[in-house]
Design a protein around this ligand. Structure first.
Ligand code: GLP
Length: 261
């Protein structure tokens, strides 16, 4: 894992946006896996600004979101489709027809949504870069603790803790369709963003704990290409902090030497 401890949330957002832009420069028709929640908001704002001011283009991009609630219409402001439209899709030049969430319309059998989503991801060539946040209990997407580490896109019951962590628990659905853990692990590259003290324990378990379904994010230890972008608060419980700082020093030295060549 490439663990990056950055000054603050702004630096995390900038580093995340830079990573997406690097992928996009190499592959203008990249397939991105996207996350919702508070954490990626600042990163999305940076991408919007780059699109507006610097000619960044999502014209050929396809996106697959991690998850969507069951029982909310796409127009419901609490739905993840509405969030994505508001925070990103409506403000960039992406083709709305290339933006996918595991949505379960009123007439759709929820059991069909997962296999259809998996097939759609495959038909688009798989995910080049998957963006992840992390829940306080270590969940990724809506893969709550004890989710099979080999799971595929399917219906999940949210924990009471997850329901309470969302803005309006009274209007909060209790079921969602989420990419599975194996679906996430199929992505060629993964970036996990975490900010704030409330994520410090989950971050520690994910990076330095045993690989366990009790902390779904810990499976990322088994992926070859994961970048973790943390602010100081989210990194505050890491045991190997000194080592991560040492790596950062080495990276800076190598970059400076490469520039000098
Ligand atoms: C939510 C989402 C996750 C998100 C996580 C953290 O329940 N399903 O995809 O990464 O919890 O959310 P936040 O960034 O708001 O802390």
């Amino acid at each position: 894992m490439d663990v990056n401890i950055l000054k603050d949330g702004d630096a995390v957002a900038t580093a995340g946006a830079d990573l997406l832009q690097r992928v996009l420069r190499q592959k203008p028709n990249a397939v991105f896996g996207l996350a919702t929640g508070r954490t990626p908001l600042a990163m999305y704002r940076r991408l919007v600004a780059s699109c507006r001011d610097e000619g960044l283009s999502f014209r050929k991009v396809t996106t697959f979101n991690l998850d969507e609630y069951i029982g909310l219409s796409a127009e419901d402001p609490q739905s993840y489709r509405a969030y994505m439209k508001r925070e990103l899709f409506d403000q960039i030049d992406i083709d709305p027809g290339n933006t996918f969430l595991p949505e379960c319309g009123a007439k759709t059998d929820p059991l069909d949504v997962g296999p259809a989503y998996e097939a759609l991801i495959r038909s688009r060539g798989g995910i080049d870069l998957q963006v992840l946040g992390i829940g306080r209990n270590g969940h990724i997407g809506f893969n709550e603790p004890t989710s099979s580490l080999n799971s595929r896109t399917r219906i999940k019951t949210l924990t009471r803790e997850t329901i309470a962590a969302n803005k309006d628990p009274s209007a909060q659905p209790q079921l969602a369709v989420t990419m599975g853990i194996a679906t996430i692990m199929d992505a060629r590259q993964i970036v996990l963003l975490a900010t704030g003290e409330e994520k410090a324990e989950a971050v520690k378990r994910a990076i330095e704990g045993p690989v366990s379904a009790m902390c779904p994010a810990s499976i990322l230890q088994m992926h070859e290409t994961v970048s973790v972008l943390l602010d100081e608060a989210a990194a505050s419980k890491l045991a190997l902090r000194d080592y991560y700082d040492w790596i950062a020093t080495q990276k800076k030295r190598i970059a400076a030497e490469a520039e000098g060549d």
